[in-house]
Structure formats: structure tokens, C-alpha cells
Ligand binder design. Structure first.
Ligand code: PLP
Length: 384
């Protein structure tokens, strides 16, 4: 194996222009919004930040592509910009989508309530039960959409079966790999066609940027880039600089977060104030074997249920170290109650169908010392 092809090495070096401009060690930040057209042969050759082709944007895109083992990458202004743009491109006019039934709430709402306004349709399936998928096929089905690890129940689809099913039926296999990151799962190597991220989360990793990413073949990413250039969801060069910088430590962060998450999951699993823990690293998890089959690790997200909604609310307010926050994937441990925050936009029926109870707490485990995290969680659970 070429030593420069390993993930931790790519995270530090991939995307750096060669030769290094001015001898710079860090990726240079070009804020310019306008460029000399030179002898550009087509509109797409003109450099302009909305067209996603200025030097710092290209450097960040190349780093993401390298980490995903992809021919091409694309950085977007948010995870939702990546998801909506790529899905609309994949479905085209009047296309039908088969999607996993437990998805990030924004994605679910877009699929369930917005796709029809573009003449497209969706059917949701249980992505852990391949025997049910054929019934959802229609003549105009064009893509199959999953999440690597679902939000907030941290479920693991049968990813090997999704890739095989998509190939067998000529569908584009698309995956939101936000919760896994390329440290845990490299979907393209597993047979997916297009990888999407909310780079707001682990890829940036420092709770100070909103961004998205797309990775795949040059042909596919080129199609998404073309649409994005018109829809206008590109990320500015400064954001791309921040993302490339955050990516440098991706492996270090995610491995430490993953080890902390497993330790916390085990602590919670044995606690009397906790009714159920959702983390695929636990041997008792129904997702453990599927995670082991596809992943190199289990990620750093977990969720758990207390005995009541009131107990969950009390737990969250008692935490002293972990931070109450909506988002995830930062170096800090971040805790939220999905029913009262991220999934508040779903109707109670939609939440119930997805298994999201009012007593559920989601934890994005950070890189802090596990002894301090364990002490914080233990004191917050005391006598709940
Ligand atoms: C799994 C997942 N995908 C996509 C998104 C949307 O990303 P963004 O907020 O960057 O648009 C989120 C946001 O929480 C998410 O958790």
C-alpha cells in the first residue's frame, strides 16, 4: 500500500496544491470572488466561488475525496444543500426514491413533503430488512438512500445488501455517512455510488462551521456540481479553509470519540436510571453484527432512554461538563433531547413511528478524558 494513501496521512496532506504556493505549509486561503478568465474555453472553466472551482474550495474538495477514496469531491454550504441537490439530480424529472425510514428529520421532511413538488416520489423502507425492498420498486425508481448510522437511534442498515440491491436494479446507491465518517465506513468501497455528509459535524469537528460534502465518481459528482452551481449552494472559500483544517485531525478525533462512546455506552447500559441504550458497539445491540460486517468501529454517537420524559429533561439540565446543544460531531460532548429539539419538527405520530420517545437523550461523545465524562454522567443520573 502506498504510505500516502492511509487515512491519517491523507487527512493531513491531501488537497495541498503542489508546488506549495509560497512554500506555505497550511492550505492557502484565497478569498477572491473574482478571477482573471485567462483563456477559459467554457463557462465552467471560469473561476468563481459559486462554481466551486477556486483554489481553496478545490483543496477542501480534494481532501474529502481522498478520505472517501473517491475520484471527486464537492463542498456545499450545508449538509442539506448536499442532500437536496444530490437527490434532485439523482431523481431527475419524475423519478422515484426508495429511502430508509429512519432519517435525519430535515432529510425526512424534504423527502416526504418536498420531493412531490418536483414531480418526484418516495417510498420508505426498513433498511435492515432486504426482503421488503423489492415491493417498493417502481418502473421509475432511480435511487436508494440510506444513512450510515441513523439519527437519533444509531441503527445500522444492511449496507452490503443495499449496494447489491441497487446494483441489481440499476439504482444509484446514495448514503449520508455523517455519523460514520470515513474513519468508520468508506461507502464507495462497499458499493455505494454517492456519499453525502453534513460536514458541519465530524468532518469539521469543532462546532464552528456549517458545511456539506459530496463524494463519488467524477461523472456523478460533476452532475451534482452542475446542479449546485445553478441552485447556488456552494460554500465560500473561508468555510472551505476551515473544513480542510478540521479534516487534518479527523482520525485522531473520531477514534478517541469512538472509544469514549463505547465506554459511556457500557456505563449507561448498567445503570438503573437507564431503560435502554442505543449504540452499535454494545454486544447486545441488534445492530452490532451488521456494524461489525461493514464498519471499522462503531462511531461516537449514542442515545439512551430514561424512565420518563421528566427524568430525561432533569438529566440534561444536571450535566456540568457535557454541553446541551442541537448539533453533533464536535470535540465537546454534546447532548440533546431529540423530541424537544432536532425532531420537534416531526409530528408526534411521525416520531412514534420512528421509535423516538420523549424520554430519549442523544449524545455526541467528545474527546474529553473519559474519567471526567463518566463522572459527569454518573452525577447527572443519580437518583433520577
Ligand atoms: C445525519 C445528518 N445529515 C444531515 C444533516 C443536515 O446537515 P446541515 O445541518 O449541515 O445542513 C444533519 C444535521 O443535523 C444530520 O444529523
Amino acid at each position: 500500500m502506498d504510505p500516502a494513501s492511509r487515512l491519517d496521512t491523507l487527512a493531513v496532506h491531501a488537497g495541498m496544491p503542489s508546488p506549495r504556493p509560497g512554500g506555505a505549509v497550511a492550505i492557502p486561503l484565497y478569498l477572491s470572488s473574482s478571477y482573471d478568465p485567462g483563456d477559459a474555453g467554457s463557462y465552467d472553466d471560469l473561476r468563481y466561488p459559486r462554481l466551486n472551482n477556486t483554489p481553496t474550495q478545490l483543496a477542501a474538495a480534494a481532501r474529502v475525496a481522498a478520505l472517501e477514496g473517491a475520484e471527486a469531491g464537492l463542498i456545499t454550504a450545508s449538509g442539506m444543500a448536499a442532500i437536496t441537490t444530490a437527490t434532485l439530480e439523482a431523481l431527475g424529472e419524475g423519478g422515484h426514491l426508495i429511502a430508509q425510514d429512519t432519517l435525519y428529520s430535515g432529510t425526512f421532511k424534504f423527502f416526504a413533503h418536498e420531493l412531490s413538488r418536483f414531480g418526484c416520489a418516495v417510498d420508505f423502507v426498513d433498511a435492515t430488512r432486504p426482503e421488503t425492498w423489492a415491493a417498493a420498486l417502481r418502473p421509475n425508481t432511480r435511487a436508494f438512500y440510506t444513512e450510515a448510522l441513523t439519527n437519533p437511534l444509531i441503527q445500522v442498515a444492511d449496507h452490503q445488501a443495499v449496494a447489491a440491491f441497487a446494483r441489481a436494479h440499476g439504482l444509484l446507491a446514495m448514503i449520508d455517512a455523517t455519523f460514520a465518517t470515513p474513519v468508520v465506513f468508506r461507502p464507495l468501497a462497499a458499493g455505494y455510488d454517492l456519499v453525502l455528509h453534513s460536514a458541519t459535524k465530524y468532518l469539521n469537528g469543532h462546532s464552528d462551521l456549517v458545511a456539506g460534502a459530496v463524494a463519488g465518481s467524477e461523472a456523478l459528482v460533476g452532475r451534482v456540481r452542475g446542479r449546485l452551481n445553478l441552485l447556488g449552494g456552494s460554500l465560500d472559500p473561508f468555510g472551505c479553509y476551515m473544513l480542510a483544517r478540521g479534516l487534518s485531525t479527523l482520525g485522531l478525533r473520531v477514534r478517541q470519540q469512538g472509544a469514549n462512546a463505547l465506554a459511556l455506552a457500557r456505563l449507561l447500559e448498567g445503570h438503573p436510571a437507564v431503560r435502554r441504550v442505543h449504540h452499535p458497539g454494545l454486544e447486545a445491540s441488534p445492530h452490532h453484527e451488521r456494524a461489525k460486517a461493514s464498519f471499522t468501529g462503531f462511531g461516537a454517537m449514542l442515545s439512551f432512554e430514561t424512565h420518563s420524559a421528566e427524568a430525561a429533561a432533569r438529566f440534561v439540565t444536571r450535566l456540568r461538563l457535557a454541553v446541551r446543544a442541537l448539533s453533533l460531531g464536535g470535540v465537546e460532548t454534546l447532548v440533546t433531547r431529540p423530541a424537544a429539539t432536532t425532531h420537534m419538527g416531526l409530528s408526534p405520530e411521525e416520531r412514534a413511528r420512528q421509535g423516538i420517545s420523549d424520554a430519549l437523550i442523544r449524545v455526541s461523545v467528545g474527546i474529553e478524558d473519559i474519567a471526567d465524562l463518566s463522572a459527569d454522567f454518573t452525577q447527572a443520573l443519580e437518583g433520577l
